[in-house]
Design a protein around this ligand. Structure first.
Ligand SMILES: NC(=O)c1ccc[n+]([C@@H]2O[C@H](COP(=O)([O-])OP(=O)(O)OC[C@H]3O[C@@H](n4cnc5c(N)ncnc54)[C@H](OP(=O)(O)O)[C@@H]3O)[C@@H](O)[C@H]2O)c1
Length: 282
């Protein structure tokens, strides 16, 4: 692996993802993780599914000395797109240090319908659950032994019933998380998701199961890679296209905990959630 620190942020052409890019472009060189891995310079990939939107965002980013911010065209719902980018990173750098799985979508924003049905589950989960799953599968083999994966979740995960939360907090493998996800999908088809403790919202349910998936990946990697830290964060309510104009936090404020969990000293914690730089119970 080269002496370059390498980080990737998905869905980074706007909103919290772009906030992460701006923050890392400034902070990476002096970060805890850069020092630990003795990086001589940094490459931060601004990943956007649309090249033009990515280029426009890139023009607006200023970086500290020694930081190169590059565009990656990446659609997290396309296996081909993910594999092509992973291959590029493997060839160019040999590995990565930080991956922020930020790309996300929701029903009911941008004119999209807010139904609680299987079609909506399919398109929302394709990004919010399967996208994170596929990115993690592709980039885990490239992670530095002290690397970080941060999944951007939501405060709406608190809408899970206490019983469901208890069950999901115990998830110990990716297979288990996937089984919960399949159970949820079939319950939506049968109209029984509420009985399992899910809210009648696809977006919130996708993030509830994303927390479980994060725990699954963390648990599976703990023994072989004890210093590879995999966590989820709640960014708060952020002024973006998804959060709306009334949200109190700027995108950079919303990016703070994600970037902290990606590059600062988090005391070796893995498989947990953070909000405002503090560990949360769920
Ligand atoms: N804003 C909030 O208050 C809030 C609160 C809690 C959690 N979150 C989470 O924070 C993350 C970022 O949200 P945001 O508020 O910044 O929303 P946003 O402004 O709508 O940005 C979402 C980003 O995800 C990208 N994206 C969507 N589908 C994608 C795909 N298939 N492949 C790659 N990129 C894709 C979008 O790209 P395009 O521009 O091409 O559509 C965009 O860059 C999401 O995971 C969201 O659930 C947000």
């Amino acid at each position: 692996m080269s002496k370059q620190f390498v980080a990737i942020v998905t869905g980074a052409n706007k909103g919290i993802g772009l906030g992460c890019i701006r923050t890392l472009a400034r902070r990476a060189p002096s970060s805890y993780l850069n020092k630990r891995v003795k990086a001589k310079s940094s490459v931060i990939y601004l990943a956007s599914r649309d090249a033009e939107r990515g280029r426009a965002a890139l023009r607006d980013v200023s970086a500290a000395k020694g930081v190169d911010v590059q565009l990656a065209v990446l659609d997290v719902t396309s296996g081909e797109s993910i594999e092509k980018f992973a291959e590029h990173v493997r060839e160019r750098h040999g590995g990565i240090h930080a991956l922020i799985n930020n790309a996300g979508t929701a029903e009911g924003v941008g004119g999209r319908t807010a139904l609680f049905d299987s079609d909506t589950v399919d398109w929302v989960f394709k990004v919010n659950y399967d996208g994170v799953h596929a990115m993690t599968d592709a980039f885990l083999p490239l992670m530095h032994p002290q690397g970080r994966i941060v999944n951007v979740s939501s405060g709406m995960t608190y809408t899970a019933s206490p019983e469901l939360r208890e069950r999901l907090l115990k998830v110990g493998s990716v297979r288990e998380a996937d089984a919960y996800m399949e159970e949820f999908k079939s319950a939506v088809r049968d109209g029984t998701a509420g009985k399992l403790g899910y809210p009648a919202q696809v977006y919130a349910s996708s993030k509830i199961l994303l927390n479980a998936l994060t725990k699954g990946f963390a648990a599976e990697n703990k023994a072989a890679h004890p210093n590879l830290l995999i966590n989820y964060i709640n960014p708060g309510w952020v002024r973006t296209d998804m959060g709306g104009a009334g949200a109190p936090l700027t995108p950079e404020q919303g990016a703070d905990t994600a970037c902290w969990a990606a590059v600062e000293d988090i005391s070796g914690r893995s498989g947990v959630g953070f909000s405002n730089r503090a560990e949360i119970e769920w």
